[in-house]
Design a binder for this molecule. Structure first.
Ligand code: ADP
Ligand code: MG
Length: 251
């Protein structure tokens, strides 16, 4: 399984990679994908067997290390479409315990959505040893959040709070970030966070090692319910050679 990934990640534009991708895209159930046993068990215990259309389409590209712009309606299952490849990427890269540092950030527009994502991550990731935390403000003080930061492998954050930490928290180390998710990007922009996002992307660009090929440096996936012009501009700013996926509204 590791071999499949490594090769797929290493030579993204070759014909054999495309064949592998096509093969993965015929999968209907999570169990048909080349996932770690830990992730497969978590999915099974969470009651997730069959993939939804956005999961079927997006997960193979994301597993192959590609950046993504994926649009699919609300309720189509976008959370698992990024949670599964995120877990696999960190696991394969050896980011596995509290000592391994920050591997992934999931940016989402609201606290409520952050809690929902956290719940999915706990279910599907329960057989992994990752630590995950929320940076969403609210009842928790910025100091409390700051003290926990060095122990987190995965952060789920709202834009304002993430930028505040990037600006103010000393030793907030994003140098080895492997996976960035922009969830519900259209709503992030609708809520007036365009400039905050720009600032975040700028900060991450200067700190995180840039990518020379898929599977290296930071992979970024952007999910949205709608495709607007501002979502596309955000994609141009934040994604590298992305795969574009747009499902019809029924899917
Ligand atoms: P979106 O982000 O696209 O609005 P969510 O990721 O929040 O959608 O998922 C919507 C609902 O569908 C959730 O209740 C989730 O548990 C359920 N769901 C997602 N994927 C699957 C699946 N593969 N099998 C069964 N239920 C799923
Ligand atoms: Mg969602």
């Amino acid at each position: 399984r590791r071999e499949v990934y490594r090769e797929t990640l290493g030579e993204s534009s070759s014909a054999s990679t495309m064949e592998r991708l096509n093969l993965l895209q015929t999968a209907r159930n999570f169990a048909e994908l080349p996932l770690s046993r830990r992730t497969l068990l978590g999915l099974k215990q969470g009651g997730y067997t069959k993939m939804t259309p956005i999961q079927r389409t997006a997960i193979p590209y994301a597993l192959a290390g590609r950046d993504l712009l994926a649009a699919a309606r609300t309720g189509s299952g976008k959370t698992l479409a990024f949670v599964v490849p995120l877990l696999e990427r960190l696991y394969l890269e050896g980011v596995q315990t509290q000592l391994d540092g920050l591997g992934a950030i999931i940016l989402t527009p609201t606290r409520e959505l952050a809690y929902q994502i956290f719940a999915v991550l706990r279910t599907v990731g329960r057989f992994h040893a990752f630590s995950a935390g929320l940076l969403i403000g609210g009842s928790r003080s910025i100091d409390e959040e700051r003290d926990r930061l060095p122990h987190m492998n995965i952060l789920i954050a709202t834009p304002g709070r993430l930028l505040q930490h990037l600006d103010e928290t000393p030793y907030f180390d994003t140098d080895h970030l492997r996976f960035l998710v922009l969830d519900e990007a259209d709503r992030i922009l609708d809520l007036g966070f365009a400039r905050t996002l720009d600032a975040i992307m700028h900060q991450l660009k200067t700190s995180t090692r840039s990518r020379t090929s898929p599977g290296e440096g930071r992979q970024t996936v952007l999910f949205s319910a709608t495709q607007t012009r501002s979502v596309r501009s955000l994609a141009i700013l934040s994604l590298q050679d992305p795969e574009y996926i747009a499902l019809r509204d029924q899917e």
